[in-house]
Design a binder for this molecule. Structure first.
Ligand code: ATP
Ligand code: MG
Length: 358
């Protein structure tokens, strides 16, 4: 096995980002030589300690993108182009897209970990929680082999970190725990090897409101304590507003707006982001009646030629049907915090004037 420092590195030309995603396409093979793309030309940066939410309707490619970033796609998954540059703990920048199998194994859990969508059922039902921790630590031991006792002590500390009672949880089978306890255990497991990046896919869906609340609070505290970066995928805009420093909106496989949480919730520049915010009970500001967004996103095989949102957009111009807008920088900021939007009308003062129709 080659030492960690031997992993392929890319020239160091970044500005300190932990993760720099550069023009990646992520999709699924449909035949021997064909595939569909579910996430197109996605680019964004995530800096150390930042927390970014990915929002968008069902089927927009959020999970595909998250899985692609850690190369956790199913066997049919493909990443035909782009770069996923990641700065490892040793300071070396690698392209996750081109890591070899063994390098990838060492990258996952140690550098970046993911809590999957529907993860509450991710535990193997015939193994006790402690066996999951033992397996994870053993699979990633580089060098000294720790005793079972040492690993279990460490696992107990991790469970305490997510406010679970190790005496009760470690020896339990997954079905003996509530959904919230399983989700916390999975978060503890994902943090076991102190990853720099934690990807959470719908971390609180299917949990009752009080349990959601306590998981959100715990994640916020853990981030302060351990200072990992977080990318979390959610339908819940309230969660995004609370947990994220910045938000990326996805539509039809494309990142169509990114900005700080304030940019997105107070001055969204893409009509889809505005419509998404208006379609739920207010996340910020005064109470108003939600306005449903009619229709649904296009399928992977039926992407319109121009802006993918144009057929549903109340503000579309004739050009929107034929011109696919680039993600323009509206407010440049460093540390990846620029406000960007892919809309022909993103700087249209008529549309974005104070009190203008949304
Ligand atoms: N294993 C797969 N094989 C082929 N297509 C897939 C596969 N998984 C997802 N897709 C397709 O990729 C597109 C994006 O799906 P994805 O699950 O990434 O969306 P999502 O934004 O996470 O949706 P949700 O909010 O419902 O979780 C969808 O059209 C979906 O049908
Ligand atoms: Mg999903």
């Amino acid at each position: 096995m080659s030492p960690v420092n031997d992993l392929p590195a890319t020239p160091d030309t970044d500005d300190g980002a932990l993760l720099s995603v550069r023009g990646i396409d992520v999709g699924y093979r449909t035949g021997r030589k064909s595939h569909v793309i579910a996430a197109h030309e996605v680019s964004f940066d995530l800096h150390p300690g930042q927390s970014m939410a990915l929002v968008g309707e069902s089927g927009c490619g959020k999970t595909t993108l998250g899985l692609g970033l850690l190369r956790l796609l199913p066997r049919t998954g493909v990443i035909p182009r782009g770069q996923i540059l990641f700065r490892r703990k040793d300071g070396v920048r690698v392209d996750v897209r081109t890591l070899e199998k063994e390098e990838l194994r060492r990258f996952r859990w140690n550098e970046a970990a993911m809590v999957f969508q529907g993860a509450m059922n991710a535990f193997n039902p015939v193994l006790r929680v402690q066996d999951h921790f033992l397996d994870t630590f053993r699979a990633h031991e580089n060098g000294r082999r720790r005793s079972r006792k040492e690993i279990l002590e460490h696992s107990a500390e991790l469970l305490e970190m997510v406010r679970l009672d190790p005496a009760r949880v470690l020896t339990a089978f997954p079905h003996e725990l509530s959904g919230g306890m399983r989700q916390r255990s999975l978060i503890a497991l994902a943090l076991a090897l102190k990853p720099q990046l934690l990807i959470l896919d719908e971390p609180t869906t299917a949990l009752d409101l009080l349990t959601q609340r306590s998981i959100v609070e715990r994640l916020t505290e853990l981030r302060e304590q351990l200072s990992f970066s977080m990318l979390f995928i959610t339908h819940d805009l309230g969660l995004a507003a609370e947990l994220a420093d910045r938000v990326g909106t996805m539509y039809a496989g494309r990142l169509i707006e990114t900005g700080t949480t304030r940019d997105i919730f107070h001055r969204a520049r893409h009509p889809y982001t505005s419509a998404l915010i208006d379609s739920v009970l207010p996340v910020v500001g005064d109470l108003r009646v939600p306005t449903p967004l009619p229709g649904g996103p296009p399928g992977l095989h039926t992407l319109p030629e121009g802006c993918p949102f144009a057929p549903r957009c109340a503000h579309a111009l004739t050009d929107c049907a034929t011109t696919r807008p680039a993600l323009d920088v509206l407010t440049p900021r460093d540390r990846g915090l620029s406000h960007t939007a892919a809309c022909l009308r993103s700087t249209d003062s008529e549309l974005h004037a104070e009190g203008a129709p949304r």
